[in-house]
Design a binder for this molecule. Structure first.
Ligand code: SAM
Ligand code: SF4
Length: 465
């Protein structure tokens, strides 16, 4: 079962709170901040925590990075292009700073946690004032305090994997809130860098999660999104054992109208979880279940621990328990050694399952992972062609798959105005599909009932009822 994860002590938290006050009183502290976030929801939520601490320091959000006194790049390193974009933007901001020498620049997140990256930042990006890894997030006040009182860059990357409760959070959305239930990952999929940069899997205590959810409910939050790299293996090493299905059962007893979660690993999708979902009052009928490939040999070399047939069996079970469930997935093309017939197995799986949406990626070698050292890396041109074919197929199928909703009633949590019109609003329905309907600013943050009228650009259109 393993040991319970180490928590940051009360004394340590108190020290950080004191430093927040001290920064508040510093005459030369920044007045405004802007955070640029790359990558997944975990990163987006970490940015909300950084913003929470900055707001308590009396530092206010600025709309544009070039106008802020303090710019923080919260980076991702899952694929090479995310890393290149972040570093390109950091370099671009260096030029802007020529006219604004008081501007401070920080880099944090997964990329900083990569082996060798701290040294690279110190050598090639020495103009960066502060760099820290994901494991140092709770020490942000202390690190910023040091950076404000030093002429040199402060670069700190800790290998310690602890859980920090009680960090202030400045939530970007009023109606929907992220709640992290676990950190890190133990799966070591051969292509993935996450376990190396986010560390071993550690679960928050259920009582801390339930308390946070209850607090969000009292603030009128309409939806919580439970976050983790592999939420359905939640619970490893807890002093009072609880698995993900049981945690969901507890959260379902609260009165938060919508509960969602991501990401789930197919190998850990238990029958108990499916049954808790189908019996629940608030867990939405949707599932993000990354398949990565439709070919058994590739899945084996990816270290995914399931076969194509086992994946399809999970999908069948989900659909028989929760008809109409909204299903989405992640797929990688061009994994080392992937042959044309193996890629065609992925196409045929997509045809067979009929996902409501799919996030598709070209394999990107990550130094230190097992796949990066594999022979037969697929040429870029072939990988580009494959992803095009996959996207074309998914788009064609998706239009038809989504037609099953036409004529049905849906409840949509309105996120904002539609991109195309100020007379229309949009948000996610219960099945995680985007839906647009006529509406006004007063709908934002509300759950609105509607009838689906059609499919347009892979989203749904609806009329209000
Ligand atoms: N933990 C989640 C899971 O198991 O599916 C997702 C984590 S990862 C941040 C999100 C997605 O990025 C993965 O599902 C995978 O499809 C993709 N990904 C991860 N490493 C990749 C790589 N080296 N190249 C391309 N895509 C990658
Ligand atoms: Fe990466 Fe696999 Fe862990 Fe997801 S489950 S974070 S893909 S190692």
């Amino acid at each position: 079962m393993g040991k319970e994860a180490i928590h940051v002590t009360e004394e340590e938290k108190e020290r950080q709170r004191m430093l927040i006050q001290q920064i508040r009183d510093l005459p030369h502290r920044p007045q405004t901040y802007h955070i640029v976030t790359y990558g997944c929801q975990m990163n987006a939520h970490d940015s909300e925590k950084i913003a929470g601490m900055l707001e308590e320091m009396g530092i206010a959000a600025a709309d544009k990075k070039e106008e802020a006194d303090f710019v923080i790049f919260n980076t991702c390193c899952v694929r090479d292009n995310a890393e290149r974009r972040a570093l390109g933007n950091v370099t671009w901001l260096k030029e802007i700073r020529r006219n604004r020498p008081e501007m401070m620049i920080a880099v944090c997140g997964c990329m900083v946690q990569e082996p060798g990256m701290a040294e690279k930042i110190m050598k090639q990006y020495s103009f960066v004032d502060l760099a820290f890894g994901t494991a140092n997030l709770h020490q942000f006040p202390e690190l910023l305090y040091s950076a404000l009182n030093s002429d040199r860059s402060v670069v700190v990357v800790s290998g310690e994997e602890r859980i920090a409760e009680g960090i202030p959070v400045h939530r970007l959305r009023r109606e929907s809130a992220y709640v992290t239930i676990m950190y890190g990952c133990d799966n070591f999929c051969s292509f993935c860098i996450v376990p190396y940069v986010r560390g071993r899997e550690r679960s928050r205590r259920p009582e801390d999660i339930i308390r946070e959810a209850a607090d969000l409910q009292s603030k009128g939050v309409r939806e919580i999104m439970l976050l983790g790299q592999n939420v359905n293996s939640y619970g490893k090493g807890l002093e009072n054992p609880m698995n993900f299905a049981e945690l969901l059962r507890h959260l379902d007893q609260l009165e938060i109208p919508r509960i969602r979660f991501m990401t789930s690993h197919p190998k850990d999708l238990s029958d108990e979880l499916i049954s808790v979902m189908s019996d629940s009052r608030h867990i939405l009928p949707q599932f993000h279940l990354p398949v990565q490939s439709g070919n058994d040999e590739i899945l084996r070399r990816m270290n995914r621990h399931y076969t194509r047939e086992e994946y399809l069996d999970r999908v069948r079970k989900l659909r028989s328990a929760i008809p109409d469930i909204g299903l989405s997935t992640d797929i990688i093309v061009g994994f080392p050694g992937e042959t044309e017939p193996q890629f065609e197995d992925t196409l045929s799986l997509v045809e067979e399952v009929r996902f409501d949406s799919a996030f598709t990626f070209i394999y990107s070698p990550r130094t230190g992972t097992r796949a990066a050292a594999m022979e037969d890396q697929v040429p870029e041109q072939i990988a580009n062609q494959r992803i095009r074919r996959l996207i074309d197929l998914q788009e064609t199928l998706q239009k038809n798959t989504l037609r099953r909703f036409v004529g049905t009633e849906e409840e949509v949590l309105i996120e904002g105005f539609s991109k195309r019109s100020m007379d229309a609003v949009s948000g996610k329905g219960k099945h995680a599909v985007s839906i647009t309907m006529p509406g006004t600013a007063s709908d934002i943050g509300q759950i609105v009932r509607c009838r689906v009228t059609g499919v347009k650009n892979n989203t749904l259109t609806a009329e209000r009822i």
